[in-house]
Design a protein around this ligand. Sequence first.
Ligand SMILES: [Fe+2]
Length: 486
Amino acid sequence: MRDKQGEHIAATVETLTERAGLLGVDVRSLADPGTDEIAACLGGLEIRPEGATRATTPSGVPYAVWIPNRRTEHAVVFAPGSVANAGNVIEALCLTADDLLSVGDADQTMGEYCGYLSQSYENMAMVYRLVRSMGDISSANQIVDESLRNMIETLECAWVAAVFGDDAELLGELSRRVFTANDREPERSYEAESRDVLAKWGADDGPVVVTPENNEGLALVIQPIKLRSQVVGRLVMAGKNDEGGDVSSFDTQLLDAVAACISSLLETIKLYAEQTATFMGTLQALSSSLDAKDRYTRGHSERVSLLGGLIARAAGLDEETVQRYELAGTLHDIGKIGVPDRVLCKPGKLTDDEYGLIKRHPRIGYEILKPIPSVRDLLPGVLHHHERWDGRGYPDRLEGEEIHPMARALAIADTFDAMSSNRAYRSARSREEVLAEIEKCRGSQFDPDLAGVFLTIDLAPFDALLERHGSENVNEQDADESGLAA
Ligand SMILES: [Fe+2]
């Protein structure tokens, strides 16, 4: 824009000097284009700092000095040479100068406006990308990482960081994490730098802007990330790549928007976790209530859950997977909700039809849980916990390793608990008998390896649970009898 205005000025000077006989000086050509030089040209006359000055010298010679605007290096001095009607020419020249000045200012304003618009667009596009990426809340780490990469592209700064506190309950997987990003060395971490910055400047609850002059040439913006009115982390932007190294309102606004997006993400994750916990609690309560319909199966799911976890741990699975086996144990018989009580609680031997109804429960449980994303990994355990290693189980007659390991482990746990507890039609079998039966069925009913693992497990926690459930049964029986007496 400046160059365009400069071309106008140069053309005007040329026209006036060559065709109108005026003296035109483009002060770009002077060694020091200050007003003193221009004044020297005209014998010390006073000059306004901007715009066109029209006057006459003490000797009556009209002149004009035009400094197009304060943002340009150009200043032009016009004084008449020998031309006639110099006053009129100067007057016309000044009008032209004013017009050019207005056009130049308008151009400049438009240029600045376009710059702001472009920056705003980039900021909006970045926030848009960020919000879109939040559709998948399964990985908060990934979203924060992506946010920082977007920020580094948009902000033109040296590096950015997100530093989270140690509130594991609020932050989950983000707790104590530090994320950084920079343009020049993508693999380099600025964790130490971001911690230093926060130790020095990050104590406030509101945003902090540090100018380069106050921080050895490094501009900073620190934006708190809040969750439920509590500061749980901070975003840091360090250094600016533009000339002055100054932070603009675009930078602070963008950091504010990114912090708000991350807060919103954390809130969503938190709500989702709370909702899932409530939902899982409901399922567990439902499962327990199904067991409790019949005093002989009370606590069965809880014990199968315990045994499922013990087998998984003894088989060397990681703790997260152990917990999934436990949950699958809790829910494995949830499909019994679809079996009539008269069959479920029947004390005597079942008819073939009744047994057919019972055999539907793995499929019913599978159908109940199938639409729930948070338990999708448990479905094989629920659907196939009555399959047998030799392929004679139900519902799909799977064989050997076709059966998911979770289902194979639950099959052992389920059978062990059934044999170890009293049933309507028989008393609990002795520990020796039960273990001998498990050993005998290795390779026929049970996965031989997993059954071998099971036989190494310390069953003390199971016995403690069985005893607790037994005493709950006795207490309830006492309560029932005293209620009848009343
Ligand atoms: Fe079952």
